[in-house]
Design a protein around this ligand. Sequence first.
Ligand SMILES: Cc1cc2nc3c(=O)[nH]c(=O)nc-3n(C[C@H](O)[C@H](O)[C@H](O)COP(=O)(O)OP(=O)(O)OC[C@H]3O[C@@H](n4cnc5c(N)ncnc54)[C@H](O)[C@@H]3O)c2cc1C
Length: 380
Amino acid sequence: MTTHHPIAIVGAGLGGLTLARVLHVNGIAATVFDLDASPAARTQGGMLDIHDDSGQAALHAAGLHKEFRALVHPGGQAMRILDRHATVHRTEEDDSSGGRPEVDRGHLRDLLLGSLPPGTVRWDAKVTGARPLGGARHEVTLADGHIFTTDLLVGADGAWSRIRPLLSDAAPAYTGVSFVESDLLDADARHPASAAVVGGGMLFALGDGKGFLAHRETDGSLHLYTALTVPQEWINSIDVTDTAAAKAAVLAHFADWDPSLRALVADADGALVPRAIHALPAGHRWDRVPGVTLLGDAAHLMSPFAGEGANLAMLDGAELGQAIAAHPGDTEAALTAYEQALFPRSQTAAAMSAANLQTCFRADAPQGLLDQFTAHHQAA
Ligand SMILES: Cc1cc2nc3c(=O)[nH]c(=O)nc-3n(C[C@H](O)[C@H](O)[C@H](O)COP(=O)(O)OP(=O)(O)OC[C@H]3O[C@@H](n4cnc5c(N)ncnc54)[C@H](O)[C@@H]3O)c2cc1C
């Protein structure tokens, strides 16, 4: 049986949920479809710094800023920059005055989910295809064979969007940098030396096209991204079922690094998770196609080195919701207004992200990052 949803959002990530919430506060119903079997199907993990001019602006539009402030991780804005010898080049304390407080991604997602009317999100609903029906309508097919039609289709379905091909031929390309993710649990008690190396917030230990990026999470664990400039074949070859071999393969890249940094990987609890970092071309855009648009990573996937992806996804969702509310009965005017702001904003952020990636992995790293912080402080 075919059902009809006036507004269908594909993807219950931070972007899709922010859109659904902003529509809801404006009295407009939407349905969100997500491939996960339930809200708890995947650990959301990771800390996000939420910027005042993007992620926090979106939370104001969603009427959730006060609730967000209650989730902030005290001390999370602290930062340390080290080199391969574990020499500390810069430290920043979290004085709580910065405009980028840290929150746990899972807590933020739960906040958005809990703010939606029951039944807004359809779980276990993987979109496998979509096609135009004419007159701005689309037909969407789910993996279980269910088909629905919609008057407004929003692709909020991340890097490998199934909706993007309706608008653009662009595909994410490998950036040349991969992460291997790992965790050190209950760090103060079980890994005190590593806890001291990372500090209370974020650690950058960089050199020679690679490094360790880590942060302390709200549950007292340390989450580590080991960053490597490697061919994609190398990262694909890591055997995640053999943790000891995976650790050895990663640590072979850091043979002459300080033991306190190597210990972040050597002592990791649980399996290692490889992740090749992809990006869409900076400046990705499309011609207006009636009845469909994109937001977040589906529109402008970029490497995480600007720390903007989640923030922009939320801002996109908020602005799209506000544009729809501001143009009742004229979806095309709403989408045009939304995309006019979206394209230049995401082009700027994607260019910054690509430049930051180069800066972090210069041969003389961490010098580029240190220069950036110095310039930022002089400008402030
Ligand atoms: C290692 C790493 C660190 C990062 N750190 C930061 C940071 O510190 N700050 C920051 O701002 N950003 C960061 N980012 C970027 C950020 O994670 C993304 O930009 C953000 O999650 C994008 O949100 P989104 O809602 O667009 O997409 P996503 O979060 O990817 O959500 C997409 C949703 O769509 C669903 N979905 C996908 N395909 C389908 C389908 N076919 N059918 C139905 N549902 C589907 C998925 O299940 C998912 O729930 C980081 C990214 C990485 C990889």
